[in-house]
Design a protein around this ligand. Structure first.
Ligand code: GUN
Length: 285
């Protein structure tokens, strides 16, 4: 069994991004800029946003976080996004999800300029991904694809079982794998007999937020396990959705939690923000 070390790969990617930022500044005078909207007081969301901001600082991006109260109006968020869309110093806009229940999330995401949509959540970018056109791809599934490539794992023709059908992870993960010629199955909360599906899989990718959902009797020998879950265990430790201790004895590769997919998500946000800055630099010429 080999560990897929997302932390090490993320550090390597960060280093490359930082170098490219220096070059971009020299050649165009532009500094990539990321604006984040954080609504409410959810500690997990605040922690994620803080990690993203620190990563921006490390690679030399300009970043700004707009913190808004839980009871903020739809209009106020929309106005802020419109301002960010117009601001030439902002290459990238990220609205941390989830948003409070009074907010129409779809409407918010649709308002973001698709060329600044580094989360890849705008329907324009979703459509480009599903049709295999270049665009912005959601950071978490993009990070998984990068990690598989780093370890020379070719998904072509492989049975991939995704557990979780969210717009943020499961669905874009399916598109990326399909674009790479994998055979893809998406399981979700209404799937009957999950084990029947996971047992067929060469690669299991799970991100639903249930501790120990994937147990050793659900995994075939030599399978590749990608754990996209992040949960806080009773002892306070971060754990994924996979029973790592037992499943790791059976599989060929596995991502740890922490240190697997999580750091790659942040690395891909940096990479997407740099990509947006390069697009805007070219447009300005
Ligand atoms: N909430 C959970 N994951 C994500 C993510 O990748 N991006 C944003 N914006 N919000 C999230």
């Amino acid at each position: 069994m080999q560990i897929l070390d997302g932390k090490a790969l993320a550090q390597k990617i960060e280093k490359n991004v930082a170098q490219e930022v220096v070059t971009l500044k020299e050649q165009t005078g532009r500094t990539p800029g990321l604006a984040v909207i954080l609504v409410g007081n959810d500690p997990a969301s605040a922690a994620y946003v803080n990690m993203k901001k620190k990563a921006c600082d490390r690679v030399g991006f300009y970043s700004v976080t707009h913190e808004m109260p839980e009871d903020i109006s739809q209009k106020a968020i929309e106005k802020t996004i419109e301002m960010m869309n117009q601001n030439p110093n902002i290459d990238a806009i990220l609205v941390q999800l989830p948003l409070p229940s009074q907010i129409d999330t779809t409407k918010i995401l649709e308002l973001i300029d698709p060329s600044k949509d580094v989360d890849g959540f705008h329907p324009y970018n979703v459509g480009r991904l599903t049709t295999k056109l270049d665009g912005f791809v959601p950071c978490t599934p993009l990070g998984v694809i990068e990690m598989l490539a780093e370890y020379n794992i070719d998904v072509k023709g492989k049975n991939c079982c995704i557990v979780g059908a969210s717009n943020i992870v499961g669905k874009p993960m399916a598109s990326l794998l399909l674009n790479a010629d994998a055979t893809v199955e998406i399981c979700h909360i209404f799937t009957d007999d999950l084990k029947k599906h996971t047992l067929q899989a060469d690669i299991i990718l799970v991100g639903v937020g249930v501790i120990n959902l994937i147990k050793e009797d659900m995994v075939k020998d030599g399978a590749i396990i990608i754990d996209i879950g992040i949960n806080r265990a009773d002892n306070g430790k971060l754990v994924g959705d996979v029973d790592f201790k037992n499943v790791s004895k059976k599989c060929s590769y596995i991502t740890p939690v922490p240190g697997g997919v999580g750091p790659m998500t942040i690395a891909m946000l940096l990479s997407n923000t740099l990509k947006a800055a390069k697009i805007h630099a070219q447009e300005a010429n």
